[in-house]
Design a protein around this ligand. Structure first.
Ligand SMILES: Nc1nc2c(c(=O)[nH]1)N[C@H]1C(S)=C(S)[C@@H](COP(=O)(O)OP(=O)(O)OC[C@H]3O[C@@H](n4cnc5c(=O)[nH]c(N)nc54)[C@H](O)[C@@H]3O)O[C@H]1N2
Ligand SMILES: Nc1nc2c(c(=O)[nH]1)N[C@H]1C(S)=C(S)[C@@H](COP(=O)(O)OP(=O)(O)OC[C@H]3O[C@@H](n4cnc5c(=O)[nH]c(N)nc54)[C@H](O)[C@@H]3O)O[C@H]1N2
Ligand code: SF4
Ligand SMILES: [Mo]
Length: 723
């Protein structure tokens, strides 16, 4: 066996930690020095190679037999069946009866090709992706305020020199452990301010003088932000010169926060007045960053909340400065690039609007088709899932496990079952693939070439380190083969570098302009922040914002009173993540070390609430509302508020948190409410078992070494990195 190796990046989250993959029969990874991770990897990164050789890996296409089982078939048969399903569906029900559901983990090349495949090969408007569940509210707010949505409009290393960082609804200690190194400066200054209804691993990093944990009630971030903005203005801490020079709309925002005086904000959020005042003053003291995560965005008022965070940042004069800023922490590996190149219902490559006639002409020109033939905007993910089995008859899923991760999953399952044909591309038989009529096995990260765009808006190369298994194929090849069978217009390259060149041309002149980039240029190791025409743009707002007049928009938003649909039980369920599990768990539940550390869903519940309900540590509990019941083991902890319980969403079956969540969405972004669901909790009398519970670890490693609960090798404690 010859040895091969490649410098690439982690398959999982948007931090895109740099790693070297070495293959000499078996495959191993090593952290590689890079500004975002400085050689560190979390437990998921360290163990990522295990899945390449997993015995559960799909080796051949599968089709459903008349007896209901999935059986192996040849690629020709499988692709013929896919093409026939698309063709028959279109003939019988029209182009929009075919649909595509993509993912933010796909490379830029695959995401681009998927968008083109939907519009050109299928002619359907029905395409959207899981980024709708992830980034859409922050994206909508940023687009409106700045005219551009780049998660972090500055290099992540800028954070190193911050004095104060306000982190709202983000548990980076579990979701991006190596990122913690960038919080060290703020912590040394006592300036890490974490807003979370739980004392999460990240909130614990504020202890011992490192900062402040604002333990606001779930879903009260909007009033909290309005209240902080109120104090900033009332105490004369607003940056008047900046507001005058770089923004419009201040008066309306000033009026909109007038009624959020500190006492009212405190009553609504549960955050003491003194903490509110201290936070506002700190934020105004300079070298300040405001960052948001899913905890504040995955709500029916997520766009308004992200807007309120932006307003606060603008009133303080933070955005577009060298030493301050606002940003959102993109989640999936290519969550940033995945939302720029056309797998979103209303988008064409280059972050262009599909409704813009000029953009349609440009992109149709690159594709060699008539712009009048391009479909209109489609509908967002949750609405699209709602059409399955109704107007939509055939669905292809690439890069999502919707039957675990979408809101109200039992309804989603029923709709998937009502389809004429479900096609799933994956490397494992995910719970969604288990329902499919045709399953197409694809390559994993270390087996393919491509590019990813990290949470900083930096375009990086994913490189092939080893060949894929015999039966698996690249998605570019799969799309090309289906397009050919359908007699589609345009050309369908299977070479990632060529597809990138086409993407670059399609993006030219758009907001996310990649036109100056190519695989060859990226391979020289240049730093490539988009927009990149002839040079990198690490800080796109330094000179001006992306609106025609260069000004940022301050947009007044209101905190709505709780709606009558907030019913279902006396406790609020918030959902989130464990360090060792990733998303729907298709991948990490198959990694022995990760699943060993986190084998099951645990319900975090406060001791007072638990005692009221007769629930002890380790007991099995039933969490219910009108949509369903989830079974989990109780983890009794003072880290959570009395009125709140917490579940991760990584598990399937009766441990699946999304049995409880509701398909209610934000009116602007169409992002679902994942973070606030009314539930009742009761002892599940059927199986009372005691078992020790793991506490949430904070783990990152720079060196490898022995495995512990915190990841491989050293753990990052409150004091810093221990090798
Ligand atoms: N280990 C691991 N890492 C991951 C992922 C994973 O699945 N596992 N997924 C990746 C992806 S796609 C994403 S999007 C990111 C997500 O990364 P995060 O945004 O850090 O993820 P969450 O755990 O969903 O939510 C963060 C915190 O929000 C809190 N929260 C819940 N409700 C509220 C609220 O109303 N207000 C406030 N202020 N906080 C609230 C939760 O208690 C939780 O601690 O992580 C990425 N990294
Ligand atoms: N209750 C609750 N629900 C949530 C959230 C929450 O906080 N709470 N968070 C939401 C968020 S932020 C997100 S991002 C979603 C994520 O949820 P999902 O969209 O389900 O994400 P993954 O589990 O990453 O699913 C990716 C699937 O595609 C496969 N896959 C990975 N890479 C590729 C590839 O390159 N090609 C193909 N074809 N397949 C691939 C994986 O094996 C896996 O089966 O969940 C959302 N759901
Ligand atoms: S934080 Fe962990 S999962 Fe995210 S890129 Fe780094 S090693 Fe991978
Ligand atoms: Mo996400």
């Amino acid at each position: 066996m010859t040895m091969s190796s490649a410098d690439t990046h982690c398959p999982y989250c948007a931090l895109q930690c740099a790693m070297t993959v070495i293959h000499d029969g078996s495959t191993t990874v090593a952290g590689r020095d890079f500004p975002t991770n400085r050689g560190g990897l979390c437990a998921k990164g360290w163990t990522s190679a295990e899945l390449l050789a997993s015995p559960q890996r799909l080796g051949m296409p599968l089709t459903r037999r008349p007896d209901g089982t999935l059986a192996e078939t040849t690629w020709d048969e499988a692709l013929d069946a896919v093409a026939a399903a698309f063709r028959d569906t279109k003939a019988a029900h029209g182009a929009d009866a075919n649909a595509i559901f993509g993912g933010g983990g796909l490379t830029n090349e695959k995401a681009y090709q998927l968008g083109k495949f939907a519009r050109v090969a299928l002619g359907t408007s029905r395409i959207d992706y899981n980024g709708r569940f992830c980034m859409s509210s922050a994206a909508a707010a940023s687009n409106r305020a700045f005219g551009m949505d780049r998660g972090l409009p500055f290099p992540v290393t800028d954070l190193d020199d911050a004095r104060t960082i306000l982190l709202l609804g983000s548990n980076v200690a579990a979701t991006m452990p190596p990122f913690l190194a960038h919080l060290a400066g703020a912590r040394a200054n006592g300036g890490l301010m974490v807003v979370d209804p739980r004392r999460s691993a990240t909130a614990r990093l504020t202890e011992d003088g490192a900062g402040t944990h604002l333990q606001a009630a779930p879903g009260t971030d909007l009033p909290l932000l309005l209240g902080l903005t109120h104090i900033v203005i009332a105490e004369g801490l607003a940056d008047r010169a900046y507001i005058e020079e770089r923004t419009t709309g201040f008066d309306a925002v000033r009026r909109s926060v007038a009624a959020w005086w500190p006492e009212r904000t405190s009553t609504t959020t549960g955050v003491p007045v003194a903490q509110l005042r201290e936070t506002a003053r700190r934020l105004a003291a300079g070298r300040t960053y405001i960052l948001t995560g899913r905890g504040v965005e995955q709500h029916v008022d997520g766009t308004a909340t992200a807007t309120a965070a932006i307003n606060l940042a603008l009133v303080l004069g933070l955005v577009g400065r060298e030493d301050s800023g606002y940003g959102t922490l993109t989640g999936q590996g290519n969550g940033q690039g995945g939302r720029e190149h056309g797998q979103k219902a209303d988008q064409l490559p280059g972050y262009r609007s599909i409704r813009d006639p000029e953009a349609r002409r440009h992109v149709a020109g690159v594709w060699g088709v008539d712009h009048d033939d391009l479909p209109d905007a489609g509908i967002p993910a949750t609405a699209l899932l709602g059409e399955l089995g109704g107007p939509v008859k055939t669905l292809l899923v690439a890069g999502s496990n919707v039957v675990v991760s979408a809101p109200d999953v039992e309804a989603v399952r029923a709709r998937l079952e009502a389809l004429d044909t479900l096609i799933v591309c994956d490397f494992f038989l995910s719970e969604t693939a288990e329902l499919a009529d045709i399953v197409l096995p694809v390559l994993q990260w270390a087996e393919e070439e491509g590019t990813m765009t990290s949470l900083e808006g930096r375009v990086i190369r994913r490189r092939q380190a080893l060949p894929g298994p015999d039966g698996a194929r690249s998605e570019l090849w799969i799309m090309a083969e289906i397009a050919r069978r359908l007699g589609a217009a345009s050309t369908w390259s299977t070479n990632p570098a060529e597809v990138f060149d086409e993407l670059a041309r399609a993006s030219e002149g758009g907001i996310a302009d990649y036109s100056g980039l190519s695989h060859a240029l990226l391979d020289t190791g240049i730093e490539a922040y988009w927009p990149y025409r002839s040079e990198s743009t690490p800080r796109p707002f330094a000179e001006g914002f992306a609106h025609a007049d260069g000004l940022a928009r301050l947009v007044p938003v209101e905190a709505a009173p709780p709606t009558p649909t907030d019913r279902g039980g006396d406790l609020t369920l918030v959902t989130g993540r464990y360090l060792q599990q990733y998303q729907s768990g298709t991948q990490t539940r198959r990694v022995s070390e990760l699943n060993g550390a986190r084998p099951e869903a645990q319900l975090e519940i406060h001791p007072a609430t638990a005692s009221r309900l007769g629930i002890r540590e380790g007991a099995l509990v039933a969490v219910s509302n009108e949509r369903g019941t989830v079974r989990a083991r109780a983890s009794v902890t003072t880290d959570i508020r009395h009125d709140t319980v917490f579940l991760p969403f990584h598990y399937a079956g009766d441990e699946c948190a999304n049995r409880l969540t509701e398909a209610r969405v934000d009116p602007t972004s169409a992002m679902p409410e994942f973070k606030r669901t009314r539930v009742t909790v009761a002892l599940d009398a059927t199986v009372p078992v005691a078992r020790p519970t793991a506490h949430e670890p904070v783990g990152v490693s720079v060196a490898g070494g022995p495995i512990d609960d915190a990841g491989r090798g050293g753990a990052l404690t409150k004091e810093g990195l221990h090798a």
